[in-house]
Design a binder for this molecule. Sequence first.
Ligand code: PPS
Length: 572
Amino acid sequence: STLMQSNLAPIPELYVSYDSAQKLKVEAGDLTSHDLTPRQICDLELLMNGGFNPLKGFLTEEDYNGVVEDMRLANGTLWPMPINLDVSEAFAETIELGQDIALRDQEGVILATMTVTDKWVPNKSREAEKVFGADDEAHPAVNYLHNTAGNVYLGGPVTGIQQPVHYDFRGRRDTPNELRAYFRKLGWRKVVAFQTRNPLHRAHQELTFRAAKEAQANLLIHPIVGMTKPGDVDHFTRVRCYEAVLDKYPQSTTSMSLLNLAMRMAGPREAVWHGLIRANHGCTHFIVGRDHAGPGKNSAGEDFYGPYDAQDLYRANQSEIGCEMVDFKHMVYVQERAQYEAVDEIEDKDDITILNISGTELRRRLREGLEIPDWFSFPEVVKELRRTSPPRSDQGFTVFFTGFSGSGKSTIANALMVKLMEMGGRPVTLLDGDIVRKNLSSELGFSKEHRDLNIKRIGYVASEITKNGGIAICAPIAPYAATRRHVREEIEQFGAFIEVHVATSLEECERRDRKGLYKLAREGKIKEFTGISDPYDVPTNPEIAVETENLDVDNCAHQVILKLESMGLIAG
Ligand code: PPS
Protein backbone atom coordinates (compact mmCIF):
# COMPACT_ATOMS: atom_id res chain seq x y z
CA SER A 1 0.00 0.00 0.00
CA THR A 2 1.09 3.59 -0.51
CA LEU A 3 -0.29 4.60 2.86
CA MET A 4 2.62 5.51 5.05
CA GLN A 5 2.75 4.45 8.68
CA SER A 6 2.15 7.48 10.87
CA ASN A 7 5.46 7.06 12.68
CA LEU A 8 7.31 7.12 9.38
CA ALA A 9 5.64 10.00 7.54
CA PRO A 10 7.69 13.21 7.60
CA ILE A 11 7.02 15.56 10.50
CA PRO A 12 7.06 19.35 10.31
CA GLU A 13 10.36 21.19 10.69
CA LEU A 14 10.82 24.90 11.34
CA TYR A 15 13.35 25.47 8.56
CA VAL A 16 12.65 27.70 5.61
CA SER A 17 13.72 26.61 2.16
CA TYR A 18 17.35 26.91 1.13
CA ASP A 19 16.78 30.04 -0.98
CA SER A 20 14.73 31.80 1.67
CA ALA A 21 17.34 30.89 4.26
CA GLN A 22 20.09 32.59 2.26
CA LYS A 23 17.98 35.72 2.01
CA LEU A 24 16.82 35.64 5.63
CA LYS A 25 20.36 35.18 6.84
CA VAL A 26 21.45 38.42 5.21
CA GLU A 27 18.41 40.33 6.49
CA ALA A 28 18.85 38.91 9.99
CA GLY A 29 22.29 40.49 10.12
CA ASP A 30 20.58 43.78 10.99
CA LEU A 31 18.47 42.39 13.81
CA THR A 32 19.23 42.58 17.49
CA SER A 33 20.91 39.32 18.21
CA HIS A 34 21.08 36.91 21.07
CA ASP A 35 24.09 34.64 21.56
CA LEU A 36 22.71 31.24 22.42
CA THR A 37 24.04 29.31 25.40
CA PRO A 38 25.15 25.70 24.82
CA ARG A 39 21.87 24.47 26.27
CA GLN A 40 19.80 26.80 24.11
CA ILE A 41 21.65 25.58 21.03
CA CYS A 42 20.62 22.01 21.86
CA ASP A 43 17.02 23.10 22.44
CA LEU A 44 16.95 25.12 19.23
CA GLU A 45 18.28 22.23 17.16
CA LEU A 46 15.47 19.96 18.33
CA LEU A 47 12.88 22.70 17.93
CA MET A 48 13.96 23.30 14.34
CA ASN A 49 14.32 19.69 13.24
CA GLY A 50 11.01 18.55 14.73
CA GLY A 51 12.48 16.66 17.68
CA PHE A 52 10.30 18.86 19.91
CA ASN A 53 7.29 18.68 17.62
CA PRO A 54 4.59 20.11 18.16
CA LEU A 55 6.49 23.12 19.54
CA LYS A 56 6.94 25.89 16.99
CA GLY A 57 9.32 27.99 19.02
CA PHE A 58 10.31 28.87 22.55
CA LEU A 59 7.32 28.65 24.88
CA THR A 60 5.00 31.59 25.30
CA GLU A 61 4.05 32.62 28.82
CA GLU A 62 0.68 30.91 28.58
CA ASP A 63 2.20 27.68 27.29
CA TYR A 64 4.92 27.87 29.91
CA ASN A 65 2.39 28.21 32.71
CA GLY A 66 0.43 25.25 31.42
CA VAL A 67 3.56 23.13 31.06
CA VAL A 68 4.81 24.00 34.52
CA GLU A 69 1.43 23.47 36.20
CA ASP A 70 0.16 20.33 34.51
CA MET A 71 2.42 19.32 31.64
CA ARG A 72 0.15 20.79 28.99
CA LEU A 73 0.43 23.52 26.41
CA ALA A 74 -2.33 26.12 26.40
CA ASN A 75 -4.17 24.10 23.72
CA GLY A 76 -4.14 21.01 25.95
CA THR A 77 -1.38 19.06 24.22
CA LEU A 78 0.88 16.98 26.43
CA TRP A 79 4.31 18.62 26.88
CA PRO A 80 6.18 18.10 30.13
CA MET A 81 9.27 20.30 29.85
CA PRO A 82 9.59 24.08 29.73
CA ILE A 83 11.67 25.04 26.69
CA ASN A 84 12.53 28.68 27.24
CA LEU A 85 14.79 31.31 25.82
CA ASP A 86 16.21 32.67 29.05
CA VAL A 87 18.04 35.98 28.75
CA SER A 88 19.47 38.64 31.05
CA GLU A 89 17.37 41.55 32.30
CA ALA A 90 19.64 43.96 30.45
CA PHE A 91 19.05 42.18 27.13
CA ALA A 92 15.31 41.84 27.75
CA GLU A 93 15.01 45.60 28.28
CA THR A 94 16.20 46.20 24.74
CA ILE A 95 13.48 43.98 23.25
CA GLU A 96 9.96 45.05 22.40
CA LEU A 97 7.09 42.66 21.84
CA GLY A 98 6.62 41.84 18.19
CA GLN A 99 10.29 42.37 17.44
CA ASP A 100 12.32 39.83 15.46
CA ILE A 101 15.67 38.80 16.88
CA ALA A 102 18.52 36.75 15.45
CA LEU A 103 19.70 33.67 17.34
CA ARG A 104 23.41 33.05 16.94
CA ASP A 105 25.63 30.15 17.90
CA GLN A 106 28.76 30.67 19.92
CA GLU A 107 30.80 31.61 16.87
CA GLY A 108 28.24 34.20 15.80
CA VAL A 109 26.59 32.18 13.02
CA ILE A 110 22.87 32.99 12.72
CA LEU A 111 20.92 29.77 13.13
CA ALA A 112 17.39 31.18 13.32
CA THR A 113 15.24 34.19 13.88
CA MET A 114 12.51 34.48 16.45
CA THR A 115 9.56 36.80 16.73
CA VAL A 116 9.30 37.77 20.37
CA THR A 117 5.65 37.60 21.33
CA ASP A 118 6.14 37.15 25.06
CA LYS A 119 8.52 38.44 27.68
CA TRP A 120 8.18 37.71 31.36
CA VAL A 121 9.98 37.15 34.62
CA PRO A 122 9.35 33.55 35.63
CA ASN A 123 8.85 32.37 39.16
CA LYS A 124 11.87 30.10 39.22
CA SER A 125 11.06 28.55 42.58
CA ARG A 126 7.68 27.50 41.32
CA GLU A 127 9.24 26.06 38.17
CA ALA A 128 11.72 24.12 40.32
CA GLU A 129 8.98 22.75 42.58
CA LYS A 130 6.59 21.78 39.83
CA VAL A 131 8.92 20.55 37.12
CA PHE A 132 11.80 19.10 39.12
CA GLY A 133 9.92 18.24 42.29
CA ALA A 134 11.83 20.46 44.71
CA ASP A 135 13.47 23.87 44.88
CA ASP A 136 16.77 22.24 45.84
CA GLU A 137 20.01 23.23 44.13
CA ALA A 138 21.41 19.75 44.57
CA HIS A 139 19.27 19.03 41.50
CA PRO A 140 21.43 19.93 38.48
CA ALA A 141 18.55 21.55 36.57
CA VAL A 142 17.45 23.57 39.61
CA ASN A 143 21.01 24.67 40.10
CA TYR A 144 21.11 25.66 36.43
CA LEU A 145 17.78 27.46 36.73
CA HIS A 146 18.90 29.62 39.65
CA ASN A 147 22.57 30.10 38.88
CA THR A 148 23.02 29.90 35.11
CA ALA A 149 19.71 30.69 33.39
CA GLY A 150 18.81 34.32 32.74
CA ASN A 151 16.05 35.93 34.79
CA VAL A 152 13.75 36.82 31.91
CA TYR A 153 12.14 34.42 29.44
CA LEU A 154 11.36 35.32 25.83
CA GLY A 155 8.79 33.34 23.91
CA GLY A 156 7.72 33.19 20.31
CA PRO A 157 7.86 31.29 17.03
CA VAL A 158 11.21 30.36 15.52
CA THR A 159 12.17 30.42 11.85
CA GLY A 160 15.01 28.02 11.18
CA ILE A 161 17.86 29.08 8.92
CA GLN A 162 20.40 26.35 9.45
CA GLN A 163 21.23 23.45 11.74
CA PRO A 164 23.86 23.97 14.40
CA VAL A 165 27.19 22.82 13.03
CA HIS A 166 28.76 19.67 14.43
CA TYR A 167 32.24 18.53 13.52
CA ASP A 168 32.18 15.26 15.43
CA PHE A 169 30.45 12.00 14.46
CA ARG A 170 28.54 13.69 11.67
CA GLY A 171 27.56 10.42 10.09
CA ARG A 172 25.97 9.27 13.33
CA ARG A 173 23.66 12.25 13.83
CA ASP A 174 20.16 12.10 12.38
CA THR A 175 17.21 14.46 12.38
CA PRO A 176 13.80 12.94 13.13
CA ASN A 177 12.98 12.93 9.43
CA GLU A 178 16.29 11.32 8.53
CA LEU A 179 15.63 8.52 11.00
CA ARG A 180 12.07 8.11 9.77
CA ALA A 181 13.33 7.84 6.22
CA TYR A 182 15.96 5.33 7.31
CA PHE A 183 13.43 3.10 9.08
CA ARG A 184 11.16 3.38 6.06
CA LYS A 185 13.93 2.35 3.75
CA LEU A 186 14.86 -0.66 5.86
CA GLY A 187 11.23 -1.61 6.40
CA TRP A 188 11.50 -1.30 10.17
CA ARG A 189 7.88 -1.07 11.30
CA LYS A 190 8.56 -1.35 14.99
CA VAL A 191 11.53 0.31 16.59
CA VAL A 192 12.39 0.30 20.28
CA ALA A 193 14.63 3.16 21.39
CA PHE A 194 17.15 2.97 24.19
CA GLN A 195 18.05 6.26 25.82
CA THR A 196 21.41 6.48 27.50
CA ARG A 197 23.97 8.93 28.88
CA ASN A 198 26.36 6.25 30.12
CA PRO A 199 28.75 3.80 28.51
CA LEU A 200 27.08 0.50 27.70
CA HIS A 201 28.27 -2.66 29.38
CA ARG A 202 27.19 -6.28 29.00
CA ALA A 203 24.06 -5.85 31.16
CA HIS A 204 22.80 -3.03 28.93
CA GLN A 205 23.54 -5.01 25.83
CA GLU A 206 21.52 -7.92 27.23
CA LEU A 207 18.58 -5.81 28.35
CA THR A 208 18.26 -3.89 25.11
CA PHE A 209 18.57 -7.06 23.11
CA ARG A 210 15.81 -8.64 25.20
CA ALA A 211 13.59 -5.57 25.03
CA ALA A 212 13.80 -5.65 21.25
CA LYS A 213 13.01 -9.36 21.14
CA GLU A 214 10.03 -8.94 23.46
CA ALA A 215 8.59 -6.07 21.48
CA GLN A 216 9.48 -7.93 18.29
CA ALA A 217 11.04 -4.72 17.19
CA ASN A 218 14.29 -3.45 15.81
CA LEU A 219 16.54 -1.61 18.21
CA LEU A 220 17.75 1.97 18.11
CA ILE A 221 20.54 2.87 20.52
CA HIS A 222 19.83 6.56 20.95
CA PRO A 223 22.47 8.09 23.21
CA ILE A 224 22.53 11.69 24.36
CA VAL A 225 25.46 13.73 23.10
CA GLY A 226 24.09 17.18 23.97
CA MET A 227 24.25 17.87 27.67
CA THR A 228 23.98 15.21 30.35
CA LYS A 229 24.55 15.20 34.07
CA PRO A 230 27.63 17.15 35.15
CA GLY A 231 30.40 14.62 35.80
CA ASP A 232 29.27 12.08 33.21
CA VAL A 233 31.73 10.39 30.86
CA ASP A 234 32.23 12.79 27.92
CA HIS A 235 30.36 11.94 24.76
CA PHE A 236 33.48 11.44 22.61
CA THR A 237 34.57 8.57 24.80
CA ARG A 238 31.05 7.20 25.04
CA VAL A 239 30.46 7.19 21.32
CA ARG A 240 33.70 5.27 20.76
CA CYS A 241 32.43 2.81 23.39
CA TYR A 242 28.99 2.55 21.75
CA GLU A 243 30.58 1.83 18.42
CA ALA A 244 32.41 -1.11 19.98
CA VAL A 245 29.20 -2.45 21.54
CA LEU A 246 27.25 -2.10 18.31
CA ASP A 247 29.26 -5.01 16.91
CA LYS A 248 27.85 -7.28 19.63
CA TYR A 249 24.28 -7.17 18.34
CA PRO A 250 22.98 -9.40 15.60
CA GLN A 251 23.71 -7.55 12.38
CA SER A 252 20.91 -5.62 10.70
CA THR A 253 18.58 -5.59 13.72
CA THR A 254 20.20 -2.71 15.55
CA SER A 255 21.21 0.81 14.71
CA MET A 256 22.64 3.77 16.56
CA SER A 257 21.96 7.48 16.25
CA LEU A 258 23.19 10.37 18.38
CA LEU A 259 20.74 12.80 19.93
CA ASN A 260 21.81 16.36 20.65
CA LEU A 261 19.46 16.80 23.59
CA ALA A 262 20.22 18.87 26.67
CA MET A 263 18.94 16.66 29.46
CA ARG A 264 17.40 18.13 32.62
CA MET A 265 17.54 15.00 34.78
CA ALA A 266 13.87 15.53 35.62
CA GLY A 267 13.04 11.86 36.25
CA PRO A 268 9.33 11.23 35.57
CA ARG A 269 8.72 14.34 33.47
CA GLU A 270 11.94 13.70 31.63
CA ALA A 271 10.81 10.15 30.77
CA VAL A 272 7.62 11.49 29.21
CA TRP A 273 9.61 14.10 27.33
CA HIS A 274 12.08 11.47 26.10
CA GLY A 275 9.17 9.36 24.86
CA LEU A 276 7.68 12.25 22.91
CA ILE A 277 11.07 12.99 21.38
CA ARG A 278 11.50 9.33 20.38
CA ALA A 279 8.04 9.24 18.85
CA ASN A 280 9.09 12.24 16.78
CA HIS A 281 12.13 10.26 15.69
CA GLY A 282 9.92 7.49 14.33
CA CYS A 283 10.26 5.05 17.23
CA THR A 284 7.28 2.98 18.35
CA HIS A 285 8.66 1.74 21.67
CA PHE A 286 10.81 3.23 24.38
CA ILE A 287 12.72 1.58 27.19
CA VAL A 288 12.14 3.15 30.61
CA GLY A 289 14.25 1.82 33.42
CA ARG A 290 14.55 2.11 37.13
CA ASP A 291 15.08 5.75 38.14
CA HIS A 292 15.00 6.99 34.53
CA ALA A 293 16.96 10.25 34.14
CA GLY A 294 17.42 10.44 37.89
CA PRO A 295 19.41 13.40 39.22
CA GLY A 296 20.95 11.58 42.20
CA LYS A 297 20.51 12.62 45.82
CA ASN A 298 18.92 15.80 47.12
CA SER A 299 20.56 18.01 49.73
CA ALA A 300 19.13 15.80 52.49
CA GLY A 301 20.84 12.77 50.94
CA GLU A 302 17.62 11.22 49.62
CA ASP A 303 16.58 10.33 46.08
CA PHE A 304 14.61 13.06 44.33
CA TYR A 305 12.15 10.58 42.82
CA GLY A 306 10.93 7.10 43.62
CA PRO A 307 12.58 4.35 41.51
CA TYR A 308 9.44 3.68 39.47
CA ASP A 309 7.88 7.18 39.39
CA ALA A 310 9.10 7.63 35.81
CA GLN A 311 7.50 4.38 34.66
CA ASP A 312 4.24 5.31 36.41
CA LEU A 313 4.00 8.77 34.86
CA TYR A 314 4.95 7.38 31.47
CA ARG A 315 2.31 4.66 31.66
CA ALA A 316 -0.36 7.19 32.65
CA ASN A 317 0.40 9.29 29.57
CA GLN A 318 1.39 6.56 27.15
CA SER A 319 -1.50 6.90 24.73
CA GLU A 320 -0.71 10.56 24.17
CA ILE A 321 3.04 9.97 23.92
CA GLY A 322 2.57 7.69 20.95
CA CYS A 323 5.50 5.50 21.89
CA GLU A 324 4.89 2.39 23.95
CA MET A 325 6.88 1.79 27.11
CA VAL A 326 9.02 -1.29 27.45
CA ASP A 327 9.94 -1.47 31.07
CA PHE A 328 13.47 -2.19 31.96
CA LYS A 329 14.44 -5.76 32.67
CA HIS A 330 16.92 -5.60 35.46
CA MET A 331 19.68 -7.90 34.22
CA VAL A 332 22.12 -9.53 36.59
CA TYR A 333 25.06 -11.82 36.07
CA VAL A 334 24.67 -15.32 37.47
CA GLN A 335 28.14 -16.61 38.20
CA GLU A 336 27.29 -20.35 38.24
CA ARG A 337 25.66 -20.16 34.81
CA ALA A 338 28.07 -17.57 33.41
CA GLN A 339 25.26 -15.53 31.87
CA TYR A 340 22.98 -12.56 32.34
CA GLU A 341 19.40 -13.21 33.46
CA ALA A 342 16.43 -10.98 34.21
CA VAL A 343 16.29 -10.73 37.98
CA ASP A 344 12.52 -11.26 38.10
CA GLU A 345 12.82 -14.53 36.21
CA ILE A 346 15.35 -16.17 38.49
CA GLU A 347 13.71 -18.79 40.69
CA ASP A 348 16.62 -20.36 42.52
CA LYS A 349 18.03 -17.13 43.98
CA ASP A 350 19.25 -18.83 47.14
CA ASP A 351 21.43 -21.30 45.30
CA ILE A 352 23.28 -18.95 43.00
CA THR A 353 25.75 -16.07 43.15
CA ILE A 354 24.68 -12.80 41.60
CA LEU A 355 27.51 -10.49 40.64
CA ASN A 356 27.19 -6.78 40.14
CA ILE A 357 29.41 -3.72 39.82
CA SER A 358 27.72 -0.40 40.53
CA GLY A 359 28.54 2.79 38.67
CA THR A 360 30.29 4.08 41.76
CA GLU A 361 32.36 0.92 42.05
CA LEU A 362 33.27 1.09 38.37
CA ARG A 363 34.49 4.66 38.75
CA ARG A 364 36.52 3.62 41.80
CA ARG A 365 38.18 0.83 39.87
CA LEU A 366 39.01 3.11 36.97
CA ARG A 367 40.30 5.75 39.35
CA GLU A 368 42.50 3.30 41.16
CA GLY A 369 43.54 1.33 38.10
CA LEU A 370 41.93 -1.92 39.39
CA GLU A 371 40.63 -4.88 37.43
CA ILE A 372 37.32 -4.66 35.57
CA PRO A 373 36.18 -8.22 34.88
CA ASP A 374 35.19 -9.56 31.50
CA TRP A 375 31.74 -10.64 32.64
CA PHE A 376 30.97 -7.00 33.43
CA SER A 377 32.00 -5.22 30.27
CA PHE A 378 33.60 -5.64 26.87
CA PRO A 379 37.39 -5.33 26.61
CA GLU A 380 37.04 -2.62 23.92
CA VAL A 381 34.84 -0.54 26.21
CA VAL A 382 37.15 -0.92 29.20
CA LYS A 383 40.11 0.08 27.06
CA GLU A 384 38.36 3.29 25.94
CA LEU A 385 37.35 4.16 29.49
CA ARG A 386 40.87 3.64 30.76
CA ARG A 387 42.23 5.91 28.04
CA THR A 388 40.01 8.78 29.21
CA SER A 389 40.02 8.03 32.93
CA PRO A 390 43.58 7.21 33.90
CA PRO A 391 44.03 6.40 37.57
CA ARG A 392 43.71 9.38 39.87
CA SER A 393 47.43 9.43 40.52
CA ASP A 394 47.98 10.28 36.84
CA GLN A 395 45.23 12.91 36.61
CA GLY A 396 45.40 16.63 37.20
CA PHE A 397 43.68 18.21 40.21
CA THR A 398 43.01 21.54 41.87
CA VAL A 399 43.57 22.52 45.47
CA PHE A 400 41.40 25.52 46.22
CA PHE A 401 42.15 27.43 49.41
CA THR A 402 39.51 29.80 50.76
CA GLY A 403 39.50 31.98 53.87
CA PHE A 404 39.72 35.52 55.17
CA SER A 405 42.44 37.93 54.15
CA GLY A 406 45.48 37.19 56.31
CA SER A 407 44.23 33.73 57.24
CA GLY A 408 47.42 32.15 55.93
CA LYS A 409 46.14 30.89 52.57
CA SER A 410 49.10 32.10 50.52
CA THR A 411 51.69 30.90 52.96
CA ILE A 412 50.22 27.39 53.19
CA ALA A 413 49.63 27.30 49.43
CA ASN A 414 53.29 28.15 48.85
CA ALA A 415 54.46 25.46 51.23
CA LEU A 416 52.17 22.96 49.54
CA MET A 417 53.52 23.89 46.14
CA VAL A 418 57.10 23.34 47.24
CA LYS A 419 56.24 19.96 48.77
CA LEU A 420 54.51 18.84 45.58
CA MET A 421 57.43 19.99 43.47
CA GLU A 422 59.77 18.05 45.71
CA MET A 423 57.75 14.92 44.93
CA GLY A 424 57.80 15.64 41.19
CA GLY A 425 55.66 14.05 38.50
CA ARG A 426 53.20 16.77 37.58
CA PRO A 427 53.69 20.48 36.86
CA VAL A 428 52.35 22.76 39.60
CA THR A 429 50.90 26.25 39.16
CA LEU A 430 50.07 28.57 42.03
CA LEU A 431 47.25 31.04 41.42
CA ASP A 432 47.57 33.17 44.51
CA GLY A 433 44.95 35.84 45.23
CA ASP A 434 47.39 38.73 45.33
CA ILE A 435 49.33 37.56 42.26
CA VAL A 436 46.18 36.99 40.22
CA ARG A 437 44.98 40.46 41.04
CA LYS A 438 48.21 41.92 39.68
CA ASN A 439 47.82 40.31 36.25
CA LEU A 440 44.86 38.08 35.33
CA SER A 441 42.37 40.33 37.16
CA SER A 442 44.28 43.59 37.31
CA GLU A 443 41.30 45.76 36.37
CA LEU A 444 38.93 44.31 38.97
CA GLY A 445 37.80 45.69 42.32
CA PHE A 446 35.97 44.03 45.20
CA SER A 447 32.27 44.34 44.37
CA LYS A 448 30.36 41.05 44.35
CA GLU A 449 30.37 41.11 40.57
CA HIS A 450 34.09 41.67 40.35
CA ARG A 451 34.93 39.07 42.98
CA ASP A 452 32.83 36.52 41.11
CA LEU A 453 34.54 37.38 37.87
CA ASN A 454 37.92 37.05 39.54
CA ILE A 455 37.08 33.61 40.99
CA LYS A 456 35.61 32.41 37.71
CA ARG A 457 38.79 33.41 35.89
CA ILE A 458 40.89 31.57 38.43
CA GLY A 459 38.54 28.59 38.10
CA TYR A 460 38.84 28.63 34.35
CA VAL A 461 42.62 28.61 34.40
CA ALA A 462 42.64 25.90 37.08
CA SER A 463 40.23 23.75 35.07
CA GLU A 464 42.49 23.99 32.03
CA ILE A 465 45.51 23.02 34.12
CA THR A 466 43.57 20.13 35.67
CA LYS A 467 42.37 18.96 32.28
CA ASN A 468 45.90 18.86 31.00
CA GLY A 469 47.15 16.76 33.89
CA GLY A 470 48.75 19.45 36.04
CA ILE A 471 48.20 20.61 39.59
CA ALA A 472 46.59 24.01 40.17
CA ILE A 473 46.76 25.58 43.61
CA CYS A 474 44.42 28.54 44.07
CA ALA A 475 44.40 30.84 47.07
CA PRO A 476 41.82 33.62 46.77
CA ILE A 477 39.39 34.68 49.52
CA ALA A 478 36.52 33.38 47.34
CA PRO A 479 33.83 34.56 49.76
CA TYR A 480 30.75 33.27 47.91
CA ALA A 481 29.66 29.64 48.21
CA ALA A 482 27.76 29.65 44.91
CA THR A 483 30.83 30.80 43.01
CA ARG A 484 33.04 28.22 44.69
CA ARG A 485 30.52 25.62 43.71
CA HIS A 486 30.56 26.82 40.12
CA VAL A 487 34.34 26.46 40.06
CA ARG A 488 34.12 23.02 41.64
CA GLU A 489 31.74 21.83 38.92
CA GLU A 490 33.93 23.20 36.20
CA ILE A 491 37.00 21.45 37.57
CA GLU A 492 35.38 18.15 38.55
CA GLN A 493 34.74 17.47 34.87
CA PHE A 494 38.48 16.95 34.57
CA GLY A 495 39.86 15.93 37.92
CA ALA A 496 39.56 16.27 41.66
CA PHE A 497 38.70 19.53 43.39
CA ILE A 498 39.96 19.83 46.94
CA GLU A 499 38.48 22.74 48.81
CA VAL A 500 40.66 23.72 51.76
CA HIS A 501 39.05 26.05 54.25
CA VAL A 502 41.78 27.97 56.03
CA ALA A 503 39.62 28.39 59.09
CA THR A 504 41.52 31.12 60.91
CA SER A 505 38.95 33.18 62.78
CA LEU A 506 38.29 36.76 61.81
CA GLU A 507 39.47 37.90 65.25
CA GLU A 508 42.79 36.17 64.77
CA CYS A 509 43.25 37.57 61.24
CA GLU A 510 42.49 41.03 62.52
CA ARG A 511 44.82 40.60 65.47
CA ARG A 512 47.65 39.54 63.13
CA ASP A 513 46.73 42.20 60.54
CA ARG A 514 49.85 41.40 58.53
CA LYS A 515 49.17 43.94 55.81
CA GLY A 516 47.53 46.57 58.02
CA LEU A 517 44.34 46.24 55.93
CA TYR A 518 41.97 45.42 58.78
CA LYS A 519 42.88 48.66 60.53
CA LEU A 520 42.10 50.58 57.34
CA ALA A 521 38.89 48.62 56.87
CA ARG A 522 37.75 49.43 60.43
CA GLU A 523 38.46 53.09 59.79
CA GLY A 524 36.34 52.87 56.67
CA LYS A 525 39.31 53.64 54.44
CA ILE A 526 38.89 50.36 52.58
CA LYS A 527 35.32 49.64 51.60
CA GLU A 528 33.68 46.23 51.12
CA PHE A 529 36.35 44.45 53.14
CA THR A 530 35.66 40.75 53.63
CA GLY A 531 34.64 39.99 57.20
CA ILE A 532 34.36 43.64 58.17
CA SER A 533 32.03 45.23 55.66
CA ASP A 534 31.51 42.41 53.18
CA PRO A 535 30.17 38.84 53.60
CA TYR A 536 32.04 35.54 53.77
CA ASP A 537 30.09 32.27 53.33
CA VAL A 538 31.81 29.77 55.58
CA PRO A 539 32.36 26.52 53.58
CA THR A 540 29.95 23.86 54.79
CA ASN A 541 31.54 20.84 53.13
CA PRO A 542 35.19 21.49 52.41
CA GLU A 543 37.40 18.46 51.73
CA ILE A 544 39.52 19.73 54.58
CA ALA A 545 39.52 22.58 57.09
CA VAL A 546 42.84 23.62 58.58
CA GLU A 547 43.23 25.34 61.90
CA THR A 548 46.18 27.70 61.74
CA GLU A 549 45.94 28.92 65.30
CA ASN A 550 47.60 25.88 66.86
CA LEU A 551 49.60 24.55 63.90
CA ASP A 552 52.62 25.84 62.04
CA VAL A 553 52.61 26.31 58.27
CA ASP A 554 54.56 23.16 57.50
CA ASN A 555 52.05 21.13 59.46
CA CYS A 556 49.06 22.70 57.72
CA ALA A 557 50.58 21.96 54.29
CA HIS A 558 51.33 18.44 55.43
CA GLN A 559 47.68 17.91 56.37
CA VAL A 560 46.73 18.78 52.81
CA ILE A 561 49.34 16.34 51.48
CA LEU A 562 47.85 13.59 53.65
CA LYS A 563 44.42 14.37 52.30
CA LEU A 564 45.72 14.17 48.71
CA GLU A 565 47.29 10.81 49.51
CA SER A 566 44.10 9.46 51.02
CA MET A 567 42.24 10.51 47.88
CA GLY A 568 44.70 8.56 45.76
CA LEU A 569 45.93 11.71 44.03
CA ILE A 570 49.55 11.24 44.91
CA ALA A 571 51.37 7.99 45.37
CA GLY A 572 51.76 7.31 49.11
S1 PPS B 1 38.27 37.66 46.17
O1 PPS B 1 37.17 38.12 47.02
O2 PPS B 1 38.45 36.23 46.27
O3 PPS B 1 38.11 38.11 44.77
O4 PPS B 1 39.58 38.34 46.74
P1 PPS B 1 41.10 38.04 46.33
O5 PPS B 1 41.29 38.04 44.88
O6 PPS B 1 41.56 36.84 47.07
O7 PPS B 1 41.85 39.30 46.85
C1 PPS B 1 41.99 39.47 48.21
C2 PPS B 1 43.25 40.33 48.49
O8 PPS B 1 43.03 41.65 48.13
C3 PPS B 1 43.33 42.54 49.21
N1 PPS B 1 42.12 43.39 49.39
C4 PPS B 1 40.91 43.00 49.85
N2 PPS B 1 40.44 41.83 50.34
C5 PPS B 1 39.15 41.77 50.71
N3 PPS B 1 38.29 42.79 50.64
C6 PPS B 1 38.72 43.99 50.16
N4 PPS B 1 37.86 45.02 50.08
C7 PPS B 1 40.07 44.11 49.75
N5 PPS B 1 40.80 45.14 49.22
C8 PPS B 1 42.03 44.66 49.01
C9 PPS B 1 43.74 41.72 50.37
O9 PPS B 1 45.11 41.93 50.52
C10 PPS B 1 43.51 40.27 49.95
O10 PPS B 1 44.68 39.52 50.06
P2 PPS B 1 44.85 38.22 50.97
O11 PPS B 1 45.95 37.44 50.30
O12 PPS B 1 43.57 37.43 51.00
O13 PPS B 1 45.25 38.73 52.29
